[in-house]
Design a protein around this ligand. Structure first.
Ligand code: OVM
Length: 399
């Protein structure tokens, strides 16, 4: 007798369509409630929305590999649009040396030296913005301007041209999804933007004391090869800007719209870091990542066939009521640790301490300067196949 396996729940929804990108809340609930794994028929992929199963998939790198790509495209059959990342799109053992190098360079201890400078940078930016008036769009004025100043400075690239990092990142994160209108929109400029990004990764394009120079020094030391160094620098420039822009926008939106939250932050600026992590849980700036099954994998009695793509909904897991009480509430009294907004397991965001330090600097300065922060008009979403983002966030600040 052949054992029959229960059929998987199916869905014909398009999670990369504009309706769901505008507000994925209802779709996330359907996905979680349908079961641990749902077959998304449109793309023949296997979706997970429950915290427990997303967490388990993220930590099981043997069954769910990254080396065949963490987007919809399967590198077993399709040529990647750019040379794969040595960190993101790699598995042990190849993944581990580049990871160890970046982990050390971006460790909490190693980046502490940046704190005072970043506070000064935040003061200069906030004073400049507030001098122009109490009402402004927080996306360009703060959430983009601050990371675009401090992070490329810390990597050690030139001032000129760094605005290219935003459309480069927007396309990169779109390209993890299907070849839809969002990918088509970015395609015309991507050769030019990639050439610029790649040029910034060369040793002689980098200042002598930044993260980039430290990556090249690790190659001199034999920790990685000299061929790998520019690709590792490219990871910082790829993953380090749009993600923090959307993380900062998320925490500003949360603080502007949650009654009492700004006053709590002002009374206790030490809350800046937990506010940021709670915003990363609540909004999940990176909404999704894919893996590829390395064999027939059984999850909860259902089989995901070898070579199929798995789509993990970090945003759904971070609001799973099976894991979080009142998940839809941005709550400064909650312990958000354990959220999967930075991923989990051996690929968990290697830049998370940098992101937290940026948020801490900007929020600490804002909390000193602003008595109140409120929405000045309806914010407008920016649609991306991977990121949850705002195109504009009009806010008013009372000093
Ligand atoms: C990389 C990379 C690119 C995009 C995202 C990411 C969230 C990493 O090039 O290594 O991690």
């Amino acid at each position: 007798m052949t054992a029959t396996l229960p059929a998987l729940p199916r869905s014909d929804a398009d999670p990369f369509g504009h309706d769901i990108l505008e507000d994925p809340t209802a779709f996330h609930a359907e996905l979680r409630d349908a079961g641990p794994v749902v077959h998304l028929e449109r793309y023949d992929l296997y979706a997970m929305g429950r915290y427990q199963h997303v967490h388990a998939a993220l930590t099981d790198w043997q069954a769910f590999q990254s080396g065949a790509g963490v987007g919809l495209s399967n590198f077993r059959y399709e040529k990647p649009w750019r040379p794969p990342s040595l960190l993101l799109e790699a598995d042990p053992p190849a993944h581990d040396a580049p990871r160890a190098v970046v982990s050390k360079i971006l460790s909490q201890r190693a980046i502490r030296r940046l704190h005072e400078q970043w506070i000064r940078d935040a003061e200069a930016l906030v004073d400049e913005v507030l001098a122009a008036g109490p009402t402004f769009d927080a996306v360009p004025a703060l959430a983009e301007a601050f990371p675009l100043r401090v992070f490329p400075d810390a990597v050690g690239i030139a001032r000129e041209g760094r605005e290219h990092l935003l459309p480069y990142g927007d396309h990169l994160f779109n390209a993890f999804g299907p070849a839809n209108d969002l990918v088509a929109k970015g395609a015309p400029r991507i050769a030019e933007l990639s050439a610029w990004v790649n040029a910034q990764c060369a040793r002689d394009a980098l200042t002598p004391d930044g993260f980039g120079a430290r990556i090249w020094a690790a190659a001199d030391h034999g920790d990685i090869t000299h061929d790998q160094a520019p690709l590792v620098v490219r990871s910082l420039l790829s993953a380090g800007v749009d993600t923090t822009v959307n993380g900062l926008t998320a925490v500003l939106y949360a603080l502007a719209t949650t009654p009492g939250a700004w006053q709590r932050l002002r009374t206790d600026p030490g809350l800046a870091r937990v506010a940021f992590d709670e915003a990363v849980r609540w909004e999940s700036p990176v909404q999704t990542f894919f893996r590829t099954a390395t064999t027939d994998v059984t999850v909860d009695g259902a089989v995901i066939p070898d070579g199929k793509k798995i789509l993990m909904f970090l945003g759904a897991a971070n609001r799973d009521p099976r894991r979080w009480a009142y998940p839809e509430v941005f709550d400064l009294d909650r312990d958000p640790s354990g959220h999967v907004g930075f991923g989990m397991g051996l690929h968990q965001c290697v830049g998370q301490h940098v992101a937290r330090l940026e948020a801490q600097a900007l929020l600490t300065v804002l909390a000193r300067r602003a008595r109140t922060v409120e929405l000045a008009a309806e914010p407008v979403r920016h649609h991306n196949n991977t990121m949850r983002a705002w195109a504009s966030l009009p806010i008013r600040i009372a000093v």
